[in-house]
Design a protein around this ligand. Structure first.
Ligand code: HEM
Length: 335
């Protein structure tokens, strides 16, 4: 059920958008109202989650380290794996975000000749890299729907992405790779027993949702062509707060857009928040320099305390009357 349930939900969501636009003609709802509501909910959700993270105390430096710490001058420090400066933290973060460096180290325990040993496991790294990079390229390419005139860098990106020159319209490599990446990530959760055991519906739902978005987009580009000029008019209308009627758009576009809206609303409350979350993670954004600099929680606020001196000042008489000892060091202001 934890696999089939999320799949059914995504199929039902796609069917809902299809039926409401194809048969009920609720174009304005699906082409204007829902996209605006989704963007507002996305922004509110992101702000709430980020403010909550930002307010949590960071009493200690807890960077994850896996190399030699900065120490004596003749001991070589692992500057990226155990950064002691802001530049080191920045370098490690950039490499982590762009190349998923920590996933590259992924390994698994295996029993060989009745001995346990670690072997490298690079498939997750490769699948994650494929999916995230192709999604990024696709989202950047979509900017042509929102920018007039289309900037040169987007034209270059489109040409590079379609350089295999297969078929017409040109096949984008990112379209193939996003599906391969997502299917791999799904297959990994389904086929590896241990991963399947710990996987929940919330692990499958985003994969099916993203597959739904990618497949509906691919269908639009390679099977049922949509009127790109019309889509652009609608998108520009939404962005400039002068919405134009989306009546003439094809049904498959509404399905694609609705699934994107669901993703926007779902994003802030899901595990997908790991994307902005990594920048806020104290295990990643702090330098390991506890021995050089005293760490003070940057969010520290003055805490109201009640000292023993104030306590004795307040209750001294009562304490004396019941025979409790008083601290003679505390000088009473009452004399
Ligand atoms: C998470 C966001 C989105 C993802 C991952 C996504 C994914 C895709 C994919 C994989 C394609 C196939 C063709 C291509 O790669 O260009 C596509 C096509 C398309 N998408 Fe999206 N999409 C997203 C958001 C949107 C939004 C907000 C719109 C606005 C209406 C949109 C409109 C379109 C259109 C019109 C096409 C057809 C392009 C063509 O025929 O060249 N997409 N999308």
């Amino acid at each position: 059920m934890k696999v089939v349930g999320p799949l059914i939900v995504v199929v039902l969501l796609a069917a809902l958008a299809w039926c409401c636009t194809e048969y009920l003609h609720w174009y304005a709802l699906f082409g204007i109202v829902i996209p605006y509501v989704a963007v507002v909910l996305l922004i509110v959700g992101l702000v709430v989650r980020i403010v909550r993270w930002a307010r949590s105390a960071v009493p200690f430096r807890i960077p994850t380290t896996c190399g030699q710490q900065k120490s004596l001058p003749w001991i070589k420090q692992a500057k990226l794996d155990n950064p002691s400066s802001k530049a080191g933290v920045f370098g490690r973060m950039v490499l982590e975000v762009l190349t998923f460096r920590s996933l590259f180290r992924n390994n698994k325990v295996e029993k060989r000749d009745s001995k346990l040993g670690y072997t490298s496991a690079k498939w997750l790294f490769l699948g994650a890299l494929l999916f995230h990079w192709s999604m990024l390229i696709i989202v950047i390419r979509h900017l042509r729907l929102a920018l007039e005139p289309v900037p040169d860098f987007l034209v270059v990106l489109e040409q590079a992405d379609g350089f295999l020159q297969v078929g017409l319209p040109l096949l984008y490599i990112s379209d193939v790779l996003i599906v391969v990446g997502l299917v791999f990530l799904l297959a990994r959760r389904l086929t590896i027993k241990k991963v399947r055991y710990i996987s929940l519906s919330v692990d499958f739902f985003p994969l099916f949702l993203l597959l739904g978005i990618a497949i509906s987009g691919i269908v639009m580009r390679y099977a049922f062509r949509v009127d790109i000029a019309g889509v652009k008019e609608v998108v520009l209308g939404l962005l400039t707060f002068h919405p134009v009627s989306p009546d003439q758009l094809s049904t498959i576009l509404f399905v694609h857009l609705f699934l994107v809206c669901v993703l926007m609303v779902y994003f802030p409350w899901s595990k997908l928040m790991h994307a902005p979350g990594i920048f806020m993670s104290p295990t990643r954004n702090l330098a390991n320099n506890s021995r050089e600099v005293r760490h003070v929680n940057p969010w520290n606020y003055p805490v109201k305390v009640h000292t023993y001196a104030e306590y004795q000042e307040e209750y001294g008489e009562k304490m004396k009357s019941v025979g409790l000892p008083l601290d003679p060091e505390v000088v009473s202001t009452n004399g």
